[in-house]
Design a protein around this ligand. Sequence first.
Ligand SMILES: C[S@@+](CC[C@H](N)C(=O)[O-])C[C@H]1O[C@@H](n2cnc3c(N)ncnc32)[C@H](O)[C@@H]1O
Length: 162
Amino acid sequence: MSRLDSFIRRLEAQRACLNNAAQLIAAVPGNVLEFGLGNGRTYDHLREQLRGRDIYVFERNVAAHSDCIPPSDRLFLGDFLDSLPKAIAQLGQETALANLDIGSGDEAASKQLAREMLPAVLQLLKPGGVLISDQPVESADLEALALPAGIKPRRYFLHRRR
Ligand SMILES: C[S@@+](CC[C@H](N)C(=O)[O-])C[C@H]1O[C@@H](n2cnc3c(N)ncnc32)[C@H](O)[C@@H]1O
């Protein structure tokens, strides 16, 4: 598979997971957390799919399209690992959906970052809340959910908090 095909499939999988998760949390009140603003693509998609939800964004370096920059009172600016304790203090356990889109070119470092973030993310995610991740995540507090049809296993990761 060419790199172009692989890139397209990754984005298709991501969109399918975001759309699926938006349906899964339809009956779960709560905020939405976006880890990794990047260009703002997934933030913009979540905004569109989940109108009316408070969406908080975590990013150390805001460089998104100007239309996709969250309001300053919805932005945790800085390293995820520094911002997470602040978010727990501010938001408590009221998150219905968390999207981890944190991967960099360094696969091992991205996996390690997800492992380090997970305990704090689980303190924010309420029971019944959904976690979407571009990195593998594992916890006794998480139940793996089936990926949307056509998405290859381990291309994306979808879980519900027990
Ligand atoms: C894959 S990109 C996000 C893409 C974005 N969701 C989109 O759809 O455009 C990952 C983002 O995570 C941010 N990031 C990576 N590690 C971070 C960390 N430890 N703390 C804060 N931000 C981090 C990077 O700056 C980058 O913008």
